[in-house]
Design a protein. Sequence first.
Lengths: 459, 464
Amino acid sequence: MSQMPQQAAVPKCPSCEEPLESGDRFCGACGYDLSVVPARPEDSPTLAVNGAVPAPDGVDWPVARDSDGHGHPAPAHAAAEVPGTDSGGSPLPPPPPAPPAAPAAGTESPAPGVRLDRPDEPDEYPLQAPDPRLTAEGAPAPVPAQPRPAGPAPAEKVCVACRAGRVDDDGYCENCGHAQPRERDHMEQESGPVAAVSDRGLRHHRNEDAFSVGCTVLPDGAPASVAIVCDGVSSATRPDDASLAASRAAGESLLGALPRGTHPQQAMHDAILAAAQAVNALADEPATAREQAPHQNAPACTLVGAVVTAGLLVVGWVGDSRVYWVPADRSAPPARLTEDDSWAAQMVAAGLMNEAEAYADERAHAITGWLGADAYELEPHTASFKPDRAGVVVVCTDGLWNYAESAQEMADAVPLDAAARPLHSARVLVGHALDGGGHDNVTVALLPFPAPPQGAGSA
Amino acid sequence: MRSGMANFSKSNVPQFAVDVYQNEYLPEGGREVNAIVTVTATGGGTIGSAVAAPHLYSPGQGPSAAVALMVDCSGSMDYPPTKMRNARDATSAAVDTLRDGVHFTVVAGTHVAKEVYPGGGRLAVADATTRAQAKRALRGLGAGGGTAIGTWLRLADRLLSTADVAIRHGILLTDGRNEHESPEDLRAALDACAGRFTCDARGVGTDWEVKEVTGIASALLGTADIVADPAGLAADFTRMMETAMGKEVADVALRLWTPVGTTVRFVKQVAPTVEELTGRRTEAGPRAGDYPTGSWGDESRDYHVCVEVPPAGLGQEMLAARVSLVVPEPGGASGPSGAESGGGGVRNLGAQGLVRAVWTDDMAASTSINPQVAHYTGQAELAQVIQQGLDLRKAGDIDGATAKLGRAVQLAGASGNADTAKLLSKVVDVVDAAAGTVRLKAKVEEADEMTLETRSTKTVRVKK
């Protein structure tokens, strides 16, 4: 069951800059999977956080630096000066016959974008090197500067697996066939004092978790922060669509209701109903081509959410995703604030098994409540708390709590400065799950309590 | 994802749809990916109503087509004399089934091939007059001479190529062994004709060689069958011609793209009959190859695609194969298109299917076998064990034949292939169908054995 480890070849985590030790498979700080990181200069960002990331091109092309002063750019390398190979070890296609004045051909009209047109060659090969004409001095202003280190044009995505093929419309490499990382494989978001991180994990082929985070202001001017986390039910059709729709609907519902003065607990109840409606609506849509699953169960997901205000902590859930309370003062006891709608929880509640027995059973994770058109009866659970001290609220899917089941274990995994550095801490928690095996998708949102006043969010 | 293709310049071209049935989940280190690809053509003409109405198309409708009827006129056709008479009547019935406007010819086959109608190296265009003339010419047809089927096919090819039409089809009837040319001659003729026209082949009586007839149909992407009783010929010929008249697009190829490092283990048609296509691949550009499927009317066929992919890590997903359909670009060279080479000059029919591989540590997911794949794996084995069983029986290996045909009975029963089970029961006494226990019958009618062998490749689809 173990994965073949690939030794990390980077001295620092490409995601969070945490120094790494040789042999690390995952970043100890943020849990980033280092096996997917190619050996490359340490200053190259590789993590998709927001927006486009320069696709790795498989060749350590020298970085064409901007001029450090004005008017004296660093010398650029022509493509032919640096030998490279494709993923198969074969030489790259020969460069075009260089025009005599190529390196300084400022007068030559550059192509829009950075793709070289080489009519005499097969168009199998994406551009692997910066066009010297563009990085050389005198590149005309209207041409957008080469973004970041050498990389292919964004319009021509290169496969992250083989670095040789282009990615077709279906999202597969036209050379090696590998599916490309999807946007949802790893997601991070920070909103005011709240942050969330979601990761595909190490064993699942897609991320069926989703989240939404946000912050708003109550009618009295007091701040409120919101987090929703959803876990798609894998045995249903389109679980990833279900979790996305549910998290969005619930988040929007809360952020709409709270400023109007709706009581947070009522707002949470309404948000769960809105999420349920959004998931139910999916059942009527035709399946996408990629998702012609043999089974056609209605899309379904769990939902867990939290609202934090200056004095109140409201949680709501359906399913087995959880909320934990971790006081800033670690001598105070942490707590789990939700009761799973799960087979194991029901067994324990009914006194038929103790917790250890129940969770050891293979049916433990069978859920007894969910959002979706085929849910028997929707029972949104909500609860309201008035914590007497500062702390952090952990909202997560079972992809995390499987590796920190008890409240104490969760508290031990949460960094001490979680309230001040929620995004960093969420990454640490995801890393905790990945280090444990990452058997499921992992999603966690962190909300400091009490909600800090607006503008005081980032420490 | 299933997109309708662009309008053809010709009318009545069907829409193609591709559906893929597979278990995409592989265990860690797993490499073999199996998928059943169902290709369905709809929306052109309708074979269904053609069965009820011989003249489906009014003049000028339907795709342009040319048909060559090849009738065995060797000396043996006179024993019994009803055979020649039935062959003449059947050919007349087929001529009656030609829709107006279709080009056609009748060829008499012996050790040489002779034009019976219209003659002069031309094709006739079907209408009331030419149909009547053709039937009159058939009445003068007598038996005498040998059998050299390769010469019939070559003449049919020459005549069919004189018309600029979309569909070219042959119907071949023989009653005896191909004795007056070498097997190599027949093979060369089949190679020369493959891809130029499709051809159904029928054996009448029981003095012909099953492998010769099925070999002709297989090479020319048509059907093969036995008509043991010559009285059944007319109905069979009418049905064959109706099917031919329902064809709307010719030279369709199944195009298979596979990623780098992937090996195609096999590609075979598995419904309505088992037809091995693996060795008939024509390269079609980088990492793609075309497999011939012949001409299509409104119909549905299933293909079993098996590829071996390089293993990837758990959680990885890759495209193991992409299946699409292509036809030669219309408006190219007129006359027969010939074998397509290199993938140039083809039109993609739009529909495509994706065969995927996803590695998982979920044992329940990776160990389950897709029902379609399981079913057709069994159907292909059924065809194979019947063939092997009959061969062993002919070679006198009673134990071997009993074991193979017993397995066949078991497979036919389990998969619900009732027709094949019935044919098997005429060759073996079934003791226990579920266990595959059988005894070879002491005396087997030759017609029954030949029927079983000829129809051994017929499959049934998965019970829905």
